[in-house]
Design a protein around this ligand. Sequence first.
Ligand SMILES: Nc1ncnc2c1ncn2[C@@H]1O[C@H](COP(=O)(O)OP(=O)(O)OP(=O)(O)O)[C@@H](O)[C@H]1O
Ligand SMILES: [Mg+2]
Length: 339
Amino acid sequence: MNPPILEVSGLTVDFRTDDGTVQAVRGVDFAVSAGEVLAIVGESGSGKSVTAMSILKLLPPSATVGGAVRWHGEDLLAASDERMRKVRGAEIAMIFQDPLTALNPVYRVGHQIVEAIQVHEKLSKKAARVRAIEMLDLVGIPQANKRVDQYTHEFSGGMRQRAMIAMALSCNPKLIIADEPTTALDVTVQAQVLEVLADLAHRLSVAVVLITHDLGVVAGMADHISVMYAGRVVEAGGVDATFDSTSHPYTAGLLASLPRLHGDIDQPLVPIGGQPPSMLHPPAGCSFHPRCLFAKEEAGCMTVMPEMTRQPGGQLSACHRAGELLAAGNLVRRVEVES
Ligand SMILES: Nc1ncnc2c1ncn2[C@@H]1O[C@H](COP(=O)(O)OP(=O)(O)OP(=O)(O)O)[C@@H](O)[C@H]1O
Ligand SMILES: [Mg+2]
């Protein structure tokens, strides 16, 4: 495997609020290599966006960030504002959920890509326009040489999102962080756009961190996955290992709520019962224990925060009972039956 270009270790983010300290991220580790797609998955509020924003230092002043973010070995948390402006866009690009907030309706789509290119590179308008057309073509926008002169409202939702990817790619970044880039789109278009992103990552050797709350979109597109719960990574590893030999009850719960992933369409959805905890007062022990079907006093689930341990399938799991649960058979099935 290639050495990682981005390494996040022991990342913590606290927000000072009137109600107290929100512990949004509580010790997150992950790494991503060139040409690799890493999916970060978790329910709303699990700390995915805050993690992404802390990499690019886009958090408000109320945030205190700890741990390390190493970009090609360089500690970004210690980098100057000037250095970060260079990193953003030219080295690490970010794609957000809603393309309308990032694409300006007043200007032609091509003009915006040209501007983005010219901020980071000394290219003539003409050369930048040629690059913009190439990029639109690359992300699968038909008749890119005509589309380049259209406005955002002339693009469909899927095409806008593709244009966003084109804009992100046009500065030749080495990493793209895509935060729920397709949630606003219907399922088929979502799959198409994500396929474009994964394909480009592999072909152009760009690394992608894809943030999503939908495990369904991860299958077949990501290489690695980190599942987040209450500000921590609870299971991480290759996508196949994580799907085939799921070792954390939370991951199993997410998978059990996706019947289309494992055949039987008629089977009812099994949502995970209960709510994620407040990050003002996260539960003691394993944060998932109040919702976990397998939490046991004797295993330490209620009192001891579980460390990540390597499982026979190769993935890491932060569950006191992972070994035992894995040995007992398919955990996703068991969650479906016992919910
Ligand atoms: N500026 C802020 N001040 C205080 N708390 C914040 C701030 N930004 C985020 N949080 C809190 O941090 C936690 C993590 O939020 P985050 O936006 O990372 O969640 P997420 O996993 O991206 O969720 P979603 O899927 O809904 O986007 C939440 O409890 C959120 O309320
Ligand atoms: Mg988010």
